[in-house]
Design a protein. Structure first.
Length: 226
């Protein structure tokens, strides 16, 4: 009997390029998942048009129309639950979620962050990396925890910082790799191979000692230690 595709709710605030990458991977059958709802927190999110152009159910929950963050999150939760989503994917979502929200979706809530966590948590990572003179940068996909940008890391992609790089050139290089690791992680979760256990990531039941990377074939994950 064909396995039910994992049902995804994707939250966006911006252009939605990660949304598009995941949607493409779903459409091409690369990952056993389907996007059942896209939620945007601002009307300026370019990703809304993208989502609609892909025929994805889309809801704008404009933050400024809610009296409080709690009310806004209640609306998000209701939309997620109505869509019967099993995994919540933050894709360029720029709002900090409350501990109550994170706790409710613990283990079913992912984020992509444009840095090699735990380095460069927070905003303006490309600028900070350039200012620090780093030679390497990258992106991380992690389970969201109540520690902002601090949840258990599942997969990372590394890129070189090149002479003459600007924030824009570096951001573009990182974004390209986000589009590889995010669908890969969603696919591993959809296949039941990756899950959160306490504060550890399990791959095929074994704790990940180091994050996967985008060259890794998950069939042959790196050395794992207990
Ligand atoms: C990406 O750099 C992502 O890491 C960050 O938001 C940026 C835009 O993402 N969280 P998207 O193009 O809206 O997916």
């Amino acid at each position: 009997m064909a396995r039910e595709k994992l049902r995804l709710a994707v939250l966006i605030s911006g252009g939605g390029s990660n949304l598009a990458a995941i949607a493409r991977a779903c459409a091409q059958g690369q990952i056993d998942a389907q996007i059942v709802h896209v939620i945007a927190d601002r009307g300026t999110a370019g990703g809304i048009e993208l989502a609609k152009s892909m025929g994805l159910p889309t809801t704008l929950l404009e933050f400024s129309r809610y009296p409080s963050r709690e009310d806004h999150e209640r609306a998000i939760i209701a939309t997620i639950e109505e869509s019967d989503a099993q995994l919540v994917v933050l894709a360029g979502y720029m709002r900090v979620l409350s501990a109550a929200f994170v706790s409710k979706f613990l283990g079913r809530l992912l984020n992509v962050h444009p840095s090699l966590l735990p380095k460069y948590k927070g905003l303006h990572t490309h600028r900070r990396v350039l200012e620090a003179g780093e030679r390497e940068h990258g992106a991380s996909v992690h389970f969201v925890s109540v520690d902002l940008d601090g949840g258990p890391i599942i997969c990372q992609a590394r890129v070189p910082v090149l002479p003459g790089d600007t924030e824009q050139t570096l951001a573009a290089r990182v974004l390209t790799r986000e589009h590889r690791i995010y669908p890969k992680v969603v696919g591993l979760i959809a296949a039941g191979r990756v899950r959160l256990h306490g504060d550890r990531v399990l791959l095929d039941g074994q704790p990940l000692a180091i994050p996967l990377n985008d060259n890794d074939s998950p069939m042959m994950p790196q050395q794992r230690h207990a």
